[in-house]
Design a protein around this ligand. Structure first.
Ligand SMILES: [Zn+2]
Length: 298
């Protein structure tokens, strides 16, 4: 089992999928394959699948035990969800043992006290709900679901998310609206403290309302960075946005800021989609940065 600690906080990883994802030239419009020659560590099988030419992509929730609280950060893609958009093919009508893997971490769905969606993209909200008797119901019936107020407003504005990204409309309908209708949702804002030592911080760009989660415990600091970067190659190329970044200039500015702050603070970064070991620190490398994967106990 994947497990680490940030001070007194236990951090576990609940995997939904791990495997070759997008072709880098598709995911990153600025992609230049020279990056793999300049930084051979990025061509390691953990990050790049040579056979398919695709980037290794992880879909996971981060599970945090903080005192009596059980916090699930992001909820992957979910089962039984029709995702007919071509870019969402990997997420279409899944049948994966995500809840069994949660149980293997010692947590039943009713024991989750908080669910936090860093943003409302297809691969971050899916297990918010599950199909029961033909209806979408909250997967975590006793949890408060924490959703960014600005992010939700973007999807409530007909000229916002629905017009710019119509493929997200069914995602909101089956994975976000049901938890709001069930009165399980609380809206959160930049700098809110959601649990002792746990706060959320605006990291705009990938989406305008994206939030990162900062955890501080016993002098250790972690930042759950959502999709500030998808792949470690964006640490050496912070100017590369994914094609899914909604506000490109802000995404680059946020990425540079988060990387600089992490290099200075020594915070452990927990991104959403990076290959094994799925987390790490950032060090300065000349004028730029490099990725320092988190050492995990065997
Ligand atoms: Zn994502």
């Amino acid at each position: 089992m994947w497990r680490t600690r940030i001070g007194a906080v236990d951090v576990l990883r609940v995997e939904e999928m791990l495997g070759p994802g997008f072709d880098p030239a598709f995911l990153f419009p600025e992609y230049d394959p020279a990056v793999l020659e300049e930084h051979p560590a990025l061509a390691a099988p953990e990050f790049f699948d040579r056979a398919s030419g695709k980037l290794m992509s992880s879909m996971q929730s981060w599970l945090l035990r903080i005192g009596d609280a059980v916090l699930l950060i992001d909820t992957c893609c979910g089962n039984d969800k029709p995702r007919t958009n071509a870019a969402f093919r990997r997420f279409h009508m899944l049948n994966l043992p995500y809840l069994d893997r949660l149980a293997a971490c010692g947590v039943q769905p009713e024991q989750v006290t908080h669910v936090l969606n860093t943003h409302l993209h297809v691969d971050h909200v899916g297990w918010n709900t599950r199909l029961l008797d033909g209806r979408w119901v909250p997967s975590f019936p006793r949890a408060r679901y924490l959703i960014g107020r600005a992010e939700l407003a973007h999807w409530r504005d007909p000229d916002g998310g629905p017009r710019l990204h119509p493929e997200g409309i069914p995602v909101i309908a089956d994975s976000v609206d049901p938890v709001i209708e069930a009165r399980r949702a609380d809206l959160i804002d930049d700098k809110d403290v959601i649990l002792p030592g746990v706060s959320v911080h605006a990291v705009p760009g990938h989406t305008a309302g994206q939030l990162a989660v900062r955890v501080e415990s016993e002098g250790a600091v972690a930042l759950f960075t959502a999709d500030v970067f998808h792949q470690p190659m964006q640490i050496v190329r912070p100017g590369w946005n994914s094609r899914f970044c909604e506000v490109p200039a802000a995404a680059i500015a946020t990425r540079r800021r988060v990387l600089a702050e992490a290099a200075d603070s020594g915070a452990v970064l927990f991104p959403s989609h990076t290959g094994y070991p799925h987390a790490g620190r950032v060090a300065r490398d000349g004028a730029g940065f490099r990725f320092v994967p988190l050492p995990l106990a065997a």
